[in-house]
Design a protein around this ligand. Structure first.
Ligand SMILES: Cc1ncc(COP(=O)(O)O)c(C=O)c1O
Length: 300
């Protein structure tokens, strides 16, 4: 796999920056733009391109083995990359009980794209980064030579790949906001911004552990904390994949207002958080705010 093979997939980079008119921001004097990373590539959507591309190059044609939950955007993107680039892919899925059930649409898409799925029990899954457990997983999959990408795709190469997202936003915004899962996208994005730009992360998981994790990812990728950033932990709606009728209604309303599909696990919580923060007066009058659209709804 070379960067030429990846370039042949014609990613739309830099991704478009789209200013939108939304009275919930404009009445506070805030200009809102969407950084349309969801338009980078129809199959490697949003942060998936930025995180996977450097890993696909590093895999150099070896099979890719990675991890995810039953609805993982990352597993789908890895499977699609395998199809597009002719690479074998293996997806290790959390929950051995899923092996006996019909595949959900997300996992069915993975297998349609040629990914081989392996289901493992939740307690082994939790220990998947331990060397002996990982070796067992690779052996059981018959893939000892595979290139391993961690859950969510957030390794050092991925974090460095997301630095380009921040660099594309230099001079374009005062505050840049993005949803965080593992924190890899945000760790890279914030490192790419210019001095004076501020980043705001909205974690979609409950727990409050992410500041330390993002600092760790930045230390590994850049040898220290980078950028001016904070997290706001109030908009996880109970945790990963949790939602409420209010959040669903918000996302539908946003789609109706702006004609942009709102991915529900991450982007909906980001946009909801930004509206709430604007109402609290968290953004100064005259500021330019960018929301990073890190994904698209599935099924599209
Ligand atoms: C659509 C979308 N947005 C945001 C994220 C969060 O990315 P990260 O895990 O790098 O924090 C993910 C997960 O990869 C995602 O699928």
């Amino acid at each position: 796999m070379t960067s030429t093979d990846l370039a042949a997939l014609r990613p739309r980079l830099p991704s478009p920056l789209q200013e939108i008119e939304d009275d919930r921001f404009s009445r506070r004097g805030v200009r809102l733009s969407l950084k349309r990373d969801d338009l980078i590539h129809p199959d490697l959507v949003g942060n998936k391109w930025r995180k996977l591309a450097p890993n696909l190059a590093a895999a150099a044609g070896r099979p890719i083995l990675t991890f995810g939950g039953a609805y993982s955007n990352h597993l789908r993107a890895t499977a699609a990359a395998g199809r597009l680039l002719g690479l074998p892919t293996i997806g290790v899925v959390r929950g051995d009980e899923l092996a006996d059930r019909p595949l959900n649409p997300s996992l069915a898409r993975c297998t349609a794209d040629g990914m081989r799925l392996r289901f493992i029990d939740r307690s082994t899954y939790r220990r998947k980064t331990e060397r002996s457990v990982l070796e067992g997983v690779l052996r059981a999959a018959g893939a000892e030579d595979a290139y391993v990408v961690p859950e969510g795709g957030s390794n050092t190469l991925a974090v460095r790949g997301c630095q380009a997202l921040g660099e594309e936003l230099r001079g374009q915004a005062d505050v840049i906001a993005a949803a965080c899962g593992t924190g890899g996208t945000f760790a890279g994005l914030t490192a790419g911004l210019a001095p004076g730009q501020r980043a705001l992360g909205i974690p979609v998981l409950k727990g409050g552990f992410l500041t330390a994790e993002i600092e760790r990812l930045q230390r590994e990728a850049f040898e220290g904390r980078r950028g001016d950033w904070t997290l706001d932990d109030r908009f996880h709606f109970g945790g990963y994949a949790r939602t409420t009728p209010e959040l669903d209604a918000f996302a539908e309303d946003f789609e109706g207002r702006h004609g942009v599909g709102v991915e529900r696990l991450y982007v909906a919580k980001l946009l909801y958080g930004l509206v709430a923060l604007a109402e609290e007066g968290a953004f100064t009058t005259g500021s330019r705010l960018v929301a990073v659209i890190t994904g698209a709804p599935f099924p599209c």
